[in-house]
Design a protein around this ligand. Sequence first.
Ligand code: GLC
Length: 739
Amino acid sequence: MKLRFLYLILFCIFSHGFSQNYEAKVDSIMNLMTLQEKIGQTVMYGGHWDQTGPVVGTDNRKYIREGNMGAMLNAMSVKGTRDLQKIAVEESRLGIPLLFGYDVIHGHRTIFPINLGLSASWDLKMVEESSRIAAEEASAEGLHWTFAPMIDVSREPRWGRISEGAGEDVYLNNEMAKAYIIGFQGDDLSKPNTILACAKHYVAYGAAQAGRDYHTVNIGEGELRNVYLPPFKAAVDAGVETFMSAFNELNGVPTSGNKFTLRDILRDEWKFDGFVVSDYTSINEMIKHGFAKDSTDTARIAMNAGVDMDMMGHVYRLHLKKLVEEGKVSGGYINDACKRILLAKYKLGLFDDPYRYIDKNRENTTKYKPEFLAKAREIAAASSVLLQNKNDALPLSKDSKKIAFIGPLVKDEYDIIGNWAAKGDRKGKAVSIFEGISEYLNPYQMLYAKGCKILGEDESGLEEAVSISKQAEEIVLVMGEGHHMSGEAASRTNLRIPGVQTNLIKRIREANPNKKIILVLMNGRPLNLSAEVDLVDAILEVWFPGTMGGAATADLLFGKVNPSGKLTVTFPRNVGQVPIYYNMKNTGRPIPDYNPKEDYKSNYIDVPNTPLFAFGHGLSYTDFRYSGLVLSSKDLSFSNSITASVEVSNTGNYDGHEIVQLYIHDKVGSTTRPVKELKGFRKIFLKKGETKTVTFTISVEDLKFYNSEMAYGVETGEFEIAITPSSEFKFKHIFNLID
Ligand code: GLC
């Protein structure tokens, strides 16, 4: 009986022919649906496998049978999704297939560096490759949709979720958003190895006050449009199929009930035609926000504002029908939401074959393919940033007699894959740094002591660690945060390396005053390393480098791979400087360079305004020299473009990649403009002794911003321009934008 309905649907759909005109097919299905069945498509509940938020009890199979569920999160595997899909297709009245979604954030089984690390590669191809591999592995386990990329610009290292994004810069977040989306969605969503991407968390979640997760966001519309919205517009332009509304309020209106962002901007200005899912119970949370009086009210507000699907909230399923009947919610909004969701299912091919992502052989043969692991190793190395390398302490030599590896993360295979590591294996699949090193050194060369834990005040292991350090020629410390110390609901007020790890570093330095000491850091946020920079010779930031992180780190330490990563977030001197980011405003009393202590200037009396490590900073084992910048013209007009070029030479002893960055400064604007803005970058490879010319093309499109009237445009006048290895520089060249 039920199957006939499915064939009936397919027949009346195909009555519109096999054309890709999904709209007509969807319309024909919707003509068969009751109001409650349309509402059912707007409902998403969680599977049994992972909990990613406060659990709200669900009777999934019942809801599926009733046609009261359109999608599930955290349900996967061929068997698991087949069982659930079978209920939807064969036991519900209309047999509409389910969507299966999951947080595939930086890999599914093969785990890549956390996204903050991936962004430090500045390698869009690698980022696309990482999400393509993630889509291959996730789709092989029945998943249709990932809740990624997270494209929240953030200048807040206290915020745990800075680990999930592409850092503080708008342009870089825009570019990374596009790369992830292309990787996940591929060029044809009907292929069973492609998955829907989801631009999240819409919007300005990264501006949470004091970096406290879920906290209030109060920013002007100019800041919203010039900083936090652009990556989401880039995602729309890249063809992202879904959005996720956020938890935070924005200027008094929760973003999961915010008509201005969800309809006026997303639909009316940007013409986005995909669907918007709420974050996990974020609709319900409007009661706690003090924005809705009860759950019925939250359903009314959210649907009228433009949230198409309710994740885990139980409010759409329970309240929308009555709200429509009472005229408090437009039936047209329900139709729009249902249609968008059905269209997404069509694009995935689920109406042609609801079981197309269910292939046992693919599930058994896709994960951890050797080529995936090799790519993860390559990308982890490219995502690491050499912050400091005094006296060329790195790379290490394999001929070293004995090296002491000390710290709580030396042998770690659990934290190394980071906070949100999907189905990444934490029980032995990941390569620890100690294991990676064993590819380079003989066992007798490798001394080891844990020294202390990541957290806690126990110093009982320090003595043994100091003793081990004394027996070695060189010392490698592997320290940092636990994976649970960043990510969601993991904000910190203190940015130091936690526990007694710094005490251990001090004790080891005291005992070995003249030895080479290397600090390898695993962490999910910018840290305050002011205490460590003078204690160690080199600092290698590997973030949480993923399944192959230990192998990649060893490749870097021994020079098989030359570090090329550059920071996409500022590392402050201390948390008191936060928020600190490279493209701040000049203020009316900027610090004069010559006299940082001059009175009555915008500075602190205890630390300089400069960061410890700046946006765009990252060292190499070789040296790159930049020639003077050459402009094709000093005058840019609205109808032409100009080029800016430099020659970059590798003057050192290693081949290597260099990330060449283009910055501009709009000197005078109808609203104040940042002191500098990244407007382009190129990752180039130079053999030692080689020189290449790097050229950027600049047009008025690169200079546009929202002014005080919220008009998006550009204003004539003088612009400074630079092409540099990092954001730490002084401008020396200008061009004019003329009418
Ligand atoms: C979480 C996160 C969001 C995630 C969702 C589903 O609370 O905020 O990023 O995609 O719930 O797990």
